[in-house]
Ligand binder design. Structure first.
Ligand SMILES: [Zn+2]
Ligand SMILES: [Zn+2]
Length: 265
């Protein structure tokens, strides 16, 4: 039985569909659990249209998600989450925000290096003139800080810096190993995010190599589609769950009230 712990919806401004449409899509695909995890309102930069919901929309999002959780009880387990942004220097503000809501789980993602959203195709020109390896190194340094922050239950799309196919010439193995160790020491879960299969990098986040390192260190994993339209719920899951089994995982993890539990796969 599959679970999907990473979905968005129309409030963020770059996804389509209502929360209920994502739940219905999950039901139609026979998922056991569906996690709602829209983007956190931006904190470290002023609101950008089409980037995330406004701060004023957050209470309504959580309220609607909680109501749907009740409505679908007995049909599918709806988990109420958020995809938070890790930006160095803003951890306490995020902590204050998260404390106001009864989330089942919070994903910690590094979308931003400073004001640059490196996960946004519209901002690809920011790579121009950058040292690619140093940019990767900074990205992974931030992922390690996100893991250590204690703010998040799940590290989102751990190697998403590869999304648009910009790769350094030298090996990044050392950065990956440091990051996997930081994640292990912090005791956080990592998601296997199937959306990478649809991007120029053409593989899930993280790579099989990283999944193998994580298995070696017995790091708990969960799975997400990062769907930005209802039709993409559970997209790529046959591939991703098969990889998990090949790497040796027999369980993924779910969350209720920010407590982790095992789900057999
Ligand atoms: Zn998004
Ligand atoms: Zn993300």
């Amino acid at each position: 039985m599959f679970v999907d712990y990473h979905t968005h919806h129309e409030r963020c401004g770059h996804a389509v569909g209502t929360l209920e449409e994502y739940i219905e899509a999950a039901l139609a695909k026979g998922l056991k659990e569906i996690g709602l995890s829209d983007h956190q309102p931006l904190i470290h930069v002023p609101h950008r249209e089409g980037s995330a919901m406004l701060m004023e929309q957050l209470p309504g999002y959580v309220e609607e998600a909680l109501a749907l959780q009740q409505k679908y009880r007995g049909q599918i387990d709806v988990k109420v989450g958020l995809e938070g942004d890790w930006v160095e220097g803003y951890g306490e503000q995020v902590r204050g925000l998260l404390a106001q809501y009864p989330f089942d789980y919070v994903i910690g993602s590094v979308h931003f290096l400073g004001e640059w959203d490196h996960t946004n195709s519209a901002e690809l020109s920011n790579w121009d003139g950058r040292d690619v390896y140093e940019t990767y190194a900074e990205y992974y340094r931030q992922v390690q800080l996100a893991a250590q922050s204690g703010l998040f239950d799940i590290i989102g799309h751990l190697d998403v810096i590869k999304r648009f196919g910009v790769k350094p010439e030298r090996s990044v193995d050392e950065l990956l190993e440091q990051t996997v160790l930081a994640v292990r020491d912090a005791g956080v879960c990592v998601e296997v995010n199937a959306s990478g299969l649809r991007y120029p990098c053409a593989e899930q986040f993280p790579s099989v190599r990283v999944m193998e390192m994580m298995k070696f260190h017995e790091i708990p994993l969960t799975v997400g589609s990062d769907a930005h339209q209802p039709g993409f719920v559970a997209e790529g899951f046959a591939t991703v769950y098969e990889l998990l089994k090949q790497v040796g995982y027999t369980h993924v993890h779910g969350f209720t009230g920010r407590k982790r539990y095992e789900i057999e796969i």
